[in-house]
Design a binder for this molecule. Structure first.
Ligand code: GLN
Length: 303
């Protein structure tokens, strides 16, 4: 008679295992599911389960997992195998050295967006203090709030307005502001485009990482992005440039004299984005490369 296996055939783990075994088996399972950097991912999930820093795993290779730990890890590895992003499973990600809560309501912040944050705080830090109160920043489409919160942390004398069309995203952003102690300097507003900003609102810096994937390309992206980032945070319309055009046309009214508009854009969009801004009489000061030498961050001004 055939013996029944205690676990379903698709299970990545047997029940009694050591740290080293569990890492190897989980990594093999994730590799079969097409996950990038499977061993690193397995280690990070195990570190989460054992509540240890990842490096500590290396000092404890022969430690045996308890059944509860093995069950917990199995569940997380199964989720990652279904291509749920690591950041959703952990519930956080790191942005500019700050821990940010993330979930399915917000875009997972990307490393290249850190370059946008950095360009923003470099600009703000060289401004002299405003005559009429603190310098004002607008984070247009704040998502997780990563840009708004980082700028508020790095520049303790600025006031940030952060908009998003999604109330669920704003709830995550507000949680991140509280986590980093900057809630009193960020005003969150539910807004479709500029609609909910008061007429006459004026900002020294307008930052945005708007959705910029062409609609039909979304289904070609990796499952972590395609199935788990909110569509509304990705979809930039037929050519991906819907929000860049909206900003080119409408941001002028909200930019203070001497102010800057800083935007992220997609690979291959630099020429078209420059053209839409120049057509609306913006001066494109720079389009900076990301870590892969692709032009991704545009800095523009009016005067
Ligand atoms: N501003 C957020 C980020 O940079 C959200 C961007 C978005 O949803 N497109 O991650």
């Amino acid at each position: 008679m055939l013996r029944h296996s205690a676990k379903p055939a698709s299970s990545p783990l047997p029940s009694a295992v050591t740290v080293i075994e569990v890492i190897q088996r989980s990594a093999e399972f994730l590799a079969r599911k097409g996950v990038d950097s499977p061993r690193l991912q397995a280690e990070l999930l195990l570190a989460q389960v054992l509540k240890l820093p990842r490096m500590q795993l290396y000092l404890d290779f022969q430690r045996q997992l308890t059944p509860a730990e093995a069950d917990h890890l199995r569940e997380l590895i199964q989720r990652r195998g279904r291509r749920e992003p690591l950041q959703h499973i952990l519930g956080t990600t790191c942005f500019c050295g700050l821990e940010m809560a993330v979930n399915r309501h917000v875009l997972v912040p990307r490393p290249e967006t850190e370059l946008l944050a950095e360009a923003g705080w470099e600009f703000l830090r060289q401004l002299t203090p405003g005559d009429s109160g603190p310098r004002a920043v607008l984070d247009f489409g704040t998502g997780s709030g990563c840009l708004a919160v980082t700028l508020a942390v790095k520049c303790p004398d600025v006031h940030v307005t952060a908009t998003d069309v999604s109330p669920d995203a704003l709830a995550v952003a507000a949680q991140n502001a509280a986590r980093h102690g900057v809630s009193d300097r960020i005003e969150f507003r539910e807004s479709d485009g500029f609609a909910a900003l008061p007429a006459g609102a004026n900002f020294d810096l307008i930052l945005s990482n708007p959705p910029y994937i062409p609609t039909l390309e979304i289904d070609t992206l990796q499952p972590e992005v395609r199935d788990f980032d909110p569509r509304a945070a990705l979809d930039g319309g037929p050519d991906g440039l819907k929000f860049h055009r909206l900003l080119a046309g409408q941001a002028t009214a909200f930019l203070a004299a001497g102010g800057r508009l800083m935007l992220e854009l997609g690979d291959g969009q630099a020429a078209a984005v420059r053209e839409s801004f120049e057509a609306e009489n913006w001066i494109v000061e720079a389009i900076r490369p990301d870590y892969n030498q692709r032009l991704r961050i545009m800095i523009a001004r009016r005067d």
